[in-house]
Write a protein that binds this ligand. Structure first.
Ligand code: GAL
Length: 513
């Protein structure tokens, strides 16, 4: 019986495998020759070595060591130990055939005490080795300066993002990175998902520095209605300061480009009512345009100004000038979509969605009992590829077709401790998910969106923030006991996908010669 089930599983796998290859191969030629195909990671989730070679403590080191913060009581102290195993991981990337790797630099590894202490040359050395090893394999480094983790020192000295002083620190840190690595790094992003960091750090308090108030969460300090706005304002100005340094001191000589990565959800109206449609606009503005509007257009979205009034900080004339056109590209992290229900003109219960800081827009995955897309084992991911197409076309219109990269897209499973090896590696649903989202992506390119790359989250299973090691997003399975990496079905599929794309491109080159 068991053999039959196994056989069935295999046949199903092979069927899905070939049908998904077929499904995307028709759209494969939509990806330009220079398109980056990669995988994405972040320092805290991958590196481990949290105290090695002079690294300082980050806000995430500090946070995960407090009891009760992480679901399974774990930390990123070791994570997947990429600090020591990077050569092995780069070999895996080579095997998959990616031409780019998105990773982040640990600020506290370079500057253990921010601008108040010394530069940790061992940290610089590590990233030099990593970059060298990537380029040696023909893999383009795509570097994020801050993926949630910052030196804890800044938190303790002046409250990090709540103080305008953080702009000085970020500028100082960015300058060191451009100076040290910019001769070889051609793609920089300042922040990963500042919207998520700010909302979870200062509104719900789920992430460090665990600040919130009232019914938004359970924190000892904070003001959920105001602090997120202050923190976001300082993030936006820090971004502008770093871009200014890059553009005035480095860009001409180094020839790279700089952007920011946003978490970008797509929203469908809960009903056809004009109230729900307006609520969708507000939801996008209060989540993504909150950061992108100032950076591209020099001002906060109208909806925010109208609802938040004097609570919304103001940019000086000088700041507005510095802000405008403050990106060469936009990084889009997109996983899923939700419905939005109006709470401004319609009655909503007190609670989620029904507040000024959320724009009176209630986010929900289902209407009348059916979900927006297929449910997954991760409670916030629903499979709705149309959402990727819609959000890209939305960004294209609102931000004058600024070049875009899909800097993250991926599918997670719950950890199942007692599974056999075959089950651990057979991730058919992930393959279906990636194939359908890549197909949607190809369609946006055909419609004229200037999308230049796609990074799968993630090469390896890793430390998934407050979910610890209970969720697995890797194309490779990692045994967290001995750190052995094993290719899943999706790693093999992605390899074939990229190879088929390259083949088409080389044919295209031959024809155009
Ligand atoms: C993103 C985040 C990543 C990763 C991913 C999967 O929002 O940038 O670090 O955790 O979600 O949950």
């Amino acid at each position: 019986m068991e053999v039959l089930v196994l056989l069935g599983h295999c046949v199903l796998g092979i069927f899905v495998y070939f049908s998904t290859i077929l499904m995307v191969s028709s759209s494969v030629s939509s990806f330009p020759n220079t398109f980056l195909f990669g995988t994405a990671s972040s320092s805290y989730q991958y590196e481990g070595a949290f105290l090695s070679d002079g690294k300082g403590l980050s806000n995430w080191d500090f946070f995960t060591h407090k009891p009760g913060t992480i679901i399974d009581g774990t930390t990123g102290d070791i994570a997947v130990d990429q600090y020591h195993l990077y050569e092995e991981d780069l070999n895996l990337m080579n095997h998959v055939g990616v031409n780019s790797y998105r990773f982040s630099i640990s600020w506290a590894r370079i500057l253990p005490e921010g601008r108040f202490g010394h530069i940790n040359w061992a940290g610089i050395d590590y990233y030099n080795k990593l970059i060298h090893a990537l380029l040696h394999r023909g893999i383009e480094p795509f570097v994020t300066l801050t993926h949630y983790d910052i030196p804890q020192e800044l938190e303790e000295r002046y409250g990090a993002w709540l103080s305008s002083e953080v702009q000085e620190d970020f500028k100082y840190y960015a300058d060191i990175c451009f100076r040290s690595f910019g001769d070889r790094v051609k793609y920089w992003t300042t922040f990963n998902e500042p919207n998520v960091a700010v909302i979870r750090g200062y509104r719900s308090g789920m992430y460090p520095p665990s600040r919130c108030s009232g019914s938004f969460g359970n924190c000892s300090y904070g003001d959920s209605e105001r602090e997120p706005l202050t923190a976001a304002h300082n993030v936006i100005l820090s971004h502008a300061a770093a871009v200014d340094v890059y553009r005035t001191k480095y860009q001409k000589i180094q020839g790279g480009s700089i952007g920011i990565v946003m978490n970008a959800l797509w929203y469908e109206p809960f009903s056809n009512s004009s109230e729900d449609k307006l609520a969708v606009e507000r939801a996008i503005s209060f989540y993504m345009n909150w950061f992108l509007d100032p950076i591209v257009h020099g001002k906060y979205p109208e909806e925010m100004r109208e609802i938040l009034g004097l609570d919304l900080p103001v940019f000086s004339k000088h700041e507005v000038e510095k802000l405008k056109n403050g990106v060469d590209f936009i990084g889009v992290n997109h996983y899923t979509s939700f419905y939005i229900k109006d709470c401004k003109y319609s009655e909503c219960e007190p609670g989620p969605g029904n507040s000024k800081i959320e724009g009176f827009a209630l986010r929900t995955p289902q209407k009348y009992g059916s979900f927006i897309g297929k449910e997954t084992e991760v409670d916030w991911i629903y499979v709705y590829p149309q959402g990727l197409e819609n959000i890209i076309m939305y960004i294209k219109e609102r931000y004058n077709n600024t070049p875009m990269f899909i800097t993250e897209n991926g599918y997670g499973y719950k950890d199942k401790p007692n599974s056999n090896v075959k089950d651990l590696l057979s991730d058919v649903e992930r393959v279906e998910y990636m194939a359908s989202y890549l197909k949607a992506l190809a369609s946006t390119i055909r419609k004229g969106a200037d999308v230049r790359g796609y990074f799968a989250w993630s090469l390896l299973d890793n430390f998934e923030w407050t979910s610890g090691y209970t969720l697995r997003f890797g194309l490779y399975h990692v045994d967290f006991g001995n750190l052995i990496r094993r290719a899943r079905f999706s790693a093999i599929w992605y390899r074939k996908f990229i190879a088929s794309k390259m083949k088409k491109n080389s044919t295209a080159q031959v024809y155009s010669m």
